[in-house]
Design a protein around this ligand. Sequence first.
Ligand code: AMP
Length: 369
Amino acid sequence: MTVAVLGAGQLGRMLALAGAPLGLRCRFLDPAPDSPASHVGEQIVAAYDEPGALARLIDGAAATTYEFENVPAATAAYLERHGHVHPPARALETAQDRAVEKAFFRSLGAATPEFAAIDSEADLAGALSRIGAPSILKTRRMGYDGKGQAAIRDARAAGAAWRSLGGQPLTLEAFVPFDRELSIIAARSTSGETAFYPLVQNEHREGILFRSAAPAPGLTAALQREAEAIATAALDALRYVGVLVIELFEVGGRLLVNEMACRVHNSGHWTIEGAETSQFENHLRAILGLPLGSTAARGGSVMLNLVGGTPPAAALLEDRRLRLHLYGKAPRPGRKVGHVTLVDSDGESLAARAARAAALVEASTALNA
Ligand code: AMP
């Protein structure tokens, strides 16, 4: 059975690796030759909106999916016309615009940071008088890993923020003094079955995910329930199929929605070794209508991203239980080239092993492009 995938980055690579034991082959479309997924599956090298390439991509495929979100609207529409594509185009459209996305979560009754859509310098001045500073001006579209964002520490910085980003649809968001960042990884299958992983605690450096810990330290049943309720509302409203990840801020015991990802997500990489079924396998099961696998954690996990460089593999692997994932990408500052995962049933041992690995990882990290 073949699954067609738009995008052939590391997420596609890990989807293909998860599908192989189930007898699945992944076929990818990506304009960049020699993409990470091409090392483990077939890649069609062409633009995302080339009809001939799209036809070849989905030819004979049991399902079609995405491993990145900025899929052109025309491509999503073509795929919806020509077969089973998951997640639905409506979910992608909602996630592609930060203001639409936050309004969507508010319509579900979930809390989000205060925000306003900004199309002019006058809009910005008006929104600043309502939302106040500190706040963050963000592009509504195409932002990722903290790109397309300008902090406004006080109202006098508004002009500079406008000059750096103005001229495209923007949103102003209140800066949230969060206690921590969390994410909920959810899956919904074509049959409507849902499953949720335990909440993950995430730490970013310069907008790029550096470390995830799962289950989130000190996780309570009440917090997990609250996150699952938000995810369930979103899955149902979008008639979603596949893995959906919602990034959250925890502040004073409350959850605010930051954004969602309509795909497998970096904060779910720990599930490969740290959960009974990985997010990648559950995404494939969901879109193919198979029963979802158990999302139970196998102890505690820490995942560390390798950004811009990798420590010597031999040094990392001296921890015999550490799992190293390299994506086959040339290192460049700010680029995710791999990750490591540590799983442990003993919290103290996990902390010590994670600290050792983090020291090695930090020494090779290059964040700034
Ligand atoms: P985003 O691309 O919106 O996920 O932003 C990247 C990172 O910037 C987030 O993971 C947060 O660490 C930080 N961030 C984004 N929005 C806010 C906000 N409204 N308040 C505080 N921190 C934020």
